[in-house]
Design a protein around this ligand. Structure first.
Ligand SMILES: [Zn+2]
Length: 114
């Protein structure tokens, strides 16, 4: 399952951030997931449950912030929302677009109690 390896990677990043503090307990973790990242939020939420078991993130509330995919048209410079990588520019119909956001998968913040 794709999302499980992503969740494990997120836990690794978070644990590395604790710098070996064995008593640290993560209360909340905030993730930014782009709509173009190919990650299913439901599957990731489920995978986070499994991946955080027996880690400092076991009790952490997982907050997921969705980042809407956006692109800029290289022909007319219009910016627009996209749901996939194959959407034409709504202004000129061009397919030569640069993705501005929506591909992210990152840990935005950690709330740690020590
Ligand atoms: Zn255009």
């Amino acid at each position: 399952m794709h999302e499980l390896s992503i969740a494990e990677n997120i836990v690794e990043i978070a644990v590395a951030h604790l710098q070996g503090d064995a008593r640290a307990v993560v209360q909340e973790i905030e993730l930014e997931i782009g709509t173009l990242s190919g990650i299913e939020i439901d599957a990731l939420t489920f995978a986070m449950d499994a991946a955080t078991k027996d880690t400092p993130l076991q009790q952490a509330a997982v907050r997921i912030i969705t980042v809407q995919g956006r692109a800029r048209c290289n022909a007319c410079a219009a910016e627009f929302d996209v749901e996939d990588f194959f959407s034409p520019c709504p202004s000129c119909g061009g397919f030569d677009n640069t993705t501005l956001q929506g591909e992210e998968m990152r840990v935005k913040s950690l709330l740690v109690q020590d």
